[in-house]
Design a protein around this ligand. Structure first.
Ligand code: ADP
Ligand code: MG
Length: 496
């Protein structure tokens, strides 16, 4: 691949928005038929660079060579005529039209002056089949799942004879199976020589699909390299310029009273009797291998699952067990691992998601007070630096880090005293991770107690005051910070 001539070469690209220098001398080179990952923290300039390529923005300076020709598309249609197609973070289909109408939008085939819907239908079928998508072209787009909509967008791109396809964080709303299907589509495209520029910050995906990666930071290109043989830690260093361990700000907070007390909590075959307590301002890290019962413990404490035996007290008040509403009322919050399935209502707006747990505050006399709802939503969005276009934006279109912040915002709005976190930074980029660590720091300063399940050792070692280690449903030990080393934790997790 190294001796191929680049199909695309962008150099010296500058772009300013009012108050922001979004790109400073950015560059990228893309080879025919490769999957080229574009990696960088939120705000690094990835989308802007690609929007310049695809005619949505014009650059202040710089050159774009495509097929050895200098190009400067001034709008997306012009870029498309050149074969440059971008699939945006926010999908761009018309929900009220059919799949076929969307695929041919603006380019409807005609016969005798009339739109030829047979050709449209047949053409759409063929395109969709190539994508292994069995949606009927006559279906209204509003009836489709997000994954199907994405395939329709890709079909539309193929119909427009894309010679280079840009996908901006395409998997944010997809399930694992849908992601695998999308990857097959991408591999097909590459086999046909169409390179794909793939914007993502999910390390697993980058290594699964990418050939080369270009890393951006603060509007600049840091470097490009082959993905094979590259370490995750190296990419992270390129993205942030520091290692993650250096960025975890541990705040020293005096502990207050015990706010969570768990006594002999047991769940047949899943959890052996577990006891511990947690003080206001304290962070208890929870380590263990997959299947060690960490999530089950959090769910049992929260009341998401019924328990067989034991007691749970929050702020001195006994919880009935198995009753999430009572837990929330007592001041317990639960931030789940799977934002898509448990945490967020993807088709609802940002503001609706934030106020979901504090409906008492916004619902007066049985009516939703939309003004109050928006005030709470706006306050949290500002406080947590959630990057959104509007409060009414659907959650599904946000990046993972921003989705996670919406989940956090929801619990903050509900004024929790104890927060149970289950892998809060899984699948989000490094910059957003650090922001979440900072939020956790702010929470403990406000006296919130934190139960933090994490599989990321630097996160546990960096944040926790004590580390509980689980193995096969048993709490092996609770290590004080000074004794919580990676080796000791692993020994306990493996029960060696
Ligand atoms: P990324 O896609 O890497 O997250 P972006 O290219 O979206 O980053 O943004 C780069 C910078 O430019 C950010 O500071 C962002 O706030 C800013 N920016 C992007 N688009 C606009 C716009 N239309 N108007 C003003 N600022 C923008
Ligand atoms: Mg972006």
């Amino acid at each position: 691949m190294a001796n191929k001539q680049p199909l695309l070469r962008m150099t010296g690209i500058h772009k300013a928005f009012p108050g922001v220098q979004a790109l400073k001398d950015a560059e990228i080179e893309v080879l025919p038929g490769e999957v080229h990952v574009l990696l960088g923290e939120n705000g690094a300039g990835k989308s802007t660079l690609m929007k310049i390529l695809c005619g949505q923005y014009s650059a202040d300076a710089g050159s774009v060579l495509f097929n050895d020709e200098e190009i400067r598309p001034t709008n997306p249609s012009e870029a498309e005529r050149l074969g440059l197609v971008m699939i945006h973070q926010e999908l761009n289909l018309v929900p009220g039209l059919t799949v076929a109408e969307n695929i041919y939008l603006g380019h409807e085939p005609t016969r005798g002056g009339l739109i030829n819907s047979d050709t449209m239908r047949q053409g759409s079928l063929e395109l969709l089949r190539a994508l292994r998508c069995d949606v009927d072209p006559n279906t209204q787009v509003s009836q489709l799942s997000v994954a199907q909509q994405q395939l329709v967008e890709i079909a539309r791109a193929l119909r427009r004879k894309a010679r280079l396809l840009v996908m901006d964080e395409p998997t944010a709303a997809l399930s694992d199976a849908e992601i695998e299907a999308l990857f097959e589509v991408i591999r097909d495209l590459c086999r046909r020589g169409v390179p794909v520029i793939y914007i993502s910050h999910r390390m697993k995906e980058i290594f699964a699909i990418g050939d080369r990666v270009t890393v951006m930071r603060d509007g600049r290109t840091v470097g490009t390299q082959e993905i094979e043989g590259t370490e995750v830690s190296e990419l992270i260093r390129m993205m942030v310029g520091r290692t993650i361990a250096e960025q975890i700000p541990k705040r020293e907070v005096p502990f207050g009273d015990v706010v969570l007390e768990v006594k002999d909590l047991a769940l047949g075959g899943v959890l052996s009797p577990i006891s511990f307590s947690l003080r206001s301002g304290e962070i208890l890290g929870v380590a263990g291998l997959m299947g060690s019962g960490r999530t089950e413990l959090a769910r049992a404490i929260f009341g998401a699952d019924p328990i067989d035996a034991g007691e749970i007290h929050v702020g001195g008040r006994a919880l009935p067990g198995g009753d999430p509403a009572a837990s929330i009322a007592a001041g317990l919050g639960f931030i789940t691992e799977d934002r898509k399935q448990q945490g967020l209502v993807l088709q609802c707006s940002v503001v609706e998601n934030i106020t979901l747990t504090c409906l008492d505050d916004v619902a007066s006399l049985g009516l939703l007070d939309l003004g109050a709802e928006r005030n709470i939503g706006r306050h949290q969005v500002e406080k947590l630096h959630i990057q959104i276009a509007s409060l009414d934006q659907e959650i599904v279109n946000l990046s993972g880090g921003n989705q996670q912040k919406v989940v956090l915002a929801r619990w903050l709005a509900a004024r929790c005293r104890v927060l149970l976190f289950d892998e809060p930074t899984r699948g989000i980029d490094v910059g957003a991770k650090v922001e979440i660590y900072e939020l956790i720091g702010e929470l403990v300063e406000q006296g919130v107690a934190i139960f933090l399940i994490s599989s990321e050792m630097p996160e546990l070692l960096g944040l926790a005051d004590r580390v509980a280690v689980m193995h096969e449903g048993t709490l092996q030990a609770i290590l004080p910070r000074a004794e919580a080393t990676q080796v000791r934790i692993m020994e306990l997790a493996l029960a060696r």
